[in-house]
Design a protein around this ligand. Sequence first.
Ligand code: SAM
Ligand code: SF4
Length: 353
Amino acid sequence: MRENNLDYLLKHLELPARVPADVWRTLLAEPSAGHREQLALLAREVAQRHFGKGVYVRALIEISSYCRNNCNYCGLRCSNSLAQRYRLSKEEILECCRKASALGFNTFVLQGGEDPQQTDEWLADVVAAIRAEFPSKAITLSVGERSMAGYSLLCKAGADRYLLRHETANESHYSHLHPANMNLDNRLCCLENLKALGYQVGSGMMVGSPGQTVEHLVEDLMLLDRLQPQMIGIGPFIPAAGTPFAGEKPGSVDCTLLLISLLRLRFPKALIPATTALATLDGNGTQRAILAGANVVMPNVTPLDCRTKYSIYDNKKSSGCESAQQLDLLAEKLKEIGYKINFSRGDYNEAER
Ligand code: SAM
Ligand code: SF4
């Protein structure tokens, strides 16, 4: 990419029209370290214009390590005999919410495998209990593919937001990553249903998953442009023991950071987390992601004995924020780069755009 070309390419990211594939392709094609730094600088300026130097925090509760699915990349896949299984009860989830609330969190994220015992009705009852006890907090769910009726029930019970990464926008790559009973169309249909129900929707892809090419990433970015999600979660693929991809190499930290910057420039108001996967591969991953344009961190408040069992990939970073002391450590890390925790709900706000 020539120096004078960068400004021209970046102009496309500011226009309302869809960004052409060539533009994404050129921006992704092996940029120099200088270009990456320049993009990160521009991206954090955009983030700061909209969010100041505040980073939203969400309390992450991993509600079950059981999953009916068999995604080839994930340590929780049903056929992984090395996986340790647990599921939290309604009371345990409420207790996590109480602790998180006492620490100042205003968003709870309930994430888990597609656990056949955590039915739509069971989960709706849990969500309703959280909503009754914490009327003003945001409730985010990330519990996979469900029917329109299931999503509707959960929405009526009080869920506000839903995270469902599309993982990859390319059909044959999707088939490489998933068993035959899962397909991209269904994933995309779920995302459309969630949008239609009025959820704030999050999507995104794994970076460097086995078989991924630059062309696949171009398709991912074009899909996000069509979908216009309010939240965009991307993290590097990390191999997980006991899965078909256990011997594959992890995704690139630099490529993930570059994508965060491009996403921030294209979606100025989006809620973009510094993911645990990034922090797992790079000790400074959280700080680097924020300096590349991310504006959300999701500290883990799952009970410690379960947290190690939610092993979606190897060596998953397990430091969380179950105590005020650990939250102070996060605040300290953010302060080192001139940022601070923003405890407000941090809803997506299109109007401010
Ligand atoms: N079951 C729900 C789902 O699949 O949407 C939510 C839980 S799932 C563990 C959350 C995310 O973890 C997935 O969307 C996927 O992107 C990510 N993930 C799973 N295995 C991974 C791996 N080996 N490396 C990096 N991310 C992974
Ligand atoms: Fe289950 Fe989600 Fe893991 Fe797939 S990625 S196996 S759906 S927990």
